[in-house]
Design a binder for this molecule. Structure first.
Ligand code: C5P
Length: 200
């Protein structure tokens, strides 16, 4: 069976947690596509050429321990504006999406550019202040500064010329501002079940 669930949305809206929960529930493979951009950003910070880094990404690059930091997210969103970097990562994501057994991919442009044919498209979002608060609970520091970073990253991701972050026309929008994660997962699972009647 081939079945693609495309999950897009801004940082800290809950799409990673929802994606992992859905993959586990339905037995689908999961790809956090942000990791690809984070790995490229980390290599570029060490002096690599962005396009060469994107073309040559290895499993070891994706397993680096330093990819989850705020700085890595910033570096990722800077290389993510480069059309050649994005182009170098397309095939890998599309192959993953159409692998046997079903796949969940989360990112910014999965439903719009990578997998416009995905069987299910979700756009998981929340207000900037709620997302900044969640991030701040994880990373600490100055909450106002975390909010400023969230807003700057949203702007860079949604205003870039190539593959800007936006919901696909046929995406189901899930706003988690006032929703617990369990409720959000149930909501998303219900959308999948509608398209996949025989699954959990
Ligand atoms: O989702 P995550 O916070 O790990 O993504 C880091 C950055 O990578 C995003 O801010 C965005 O600039 C970029 N990204 C992207 N397209 C994707 C996934 C991530 O441009 N599909």
């Amino acid at each position: 069976m081939r079945f693609t669930v495309a999950i897009d949305g801004p940082a800290a809206a809950g799409k990673g947690t929802i994606s992992r929960a859905l993959a586990a529930r339905f037995g689908f493979a999961h790809l956090d596509t942000g990791l690809l951009y984070r790995a490229v950003g980390a290599l570029v910070a060490e002096g690599a050429d962005p396009v060469a880094a994107a073309r040559g990404l290895s499993a070891a690059d994706l397993a680096r321990a330093d990819l989850r930091s705020l700085a890595a997210g910033e570096a990722a969103s800077k290389v993510a504006v480069m059309p050649e970097v994005r182009a170098a990562l397309v095939d890998f994501q599309r192959r993953f999406a159409r692998g046997q057994g079903g796949a969940v991919l989360d990112g910014r442009d999965i439903g719009t550019v990578i997998c416009p044919e995905a069987e299910v498209k979700l756009f998981v979002t929340a207000s900037a202040s709620v997302r900044a608060h969640r991030r701040w609970l994880e990373v600490g520091g100055d909450e106002a500064e975390v909010l400023a970073q969230v807003i700057a990253r949203d702007r860079r991701d949604s205003e870039r010329a190539t593959a800007p972050m936006r919901p696909a026309g046929d995406a189901v929008v899930i706003d988690t501002s006032e929703m617990g994660i369990d409720e959000a997962v149930e909501h998303a699972a219900a959308v999948i079940r509608q398209k996949l009647p025989q699954a959990g």
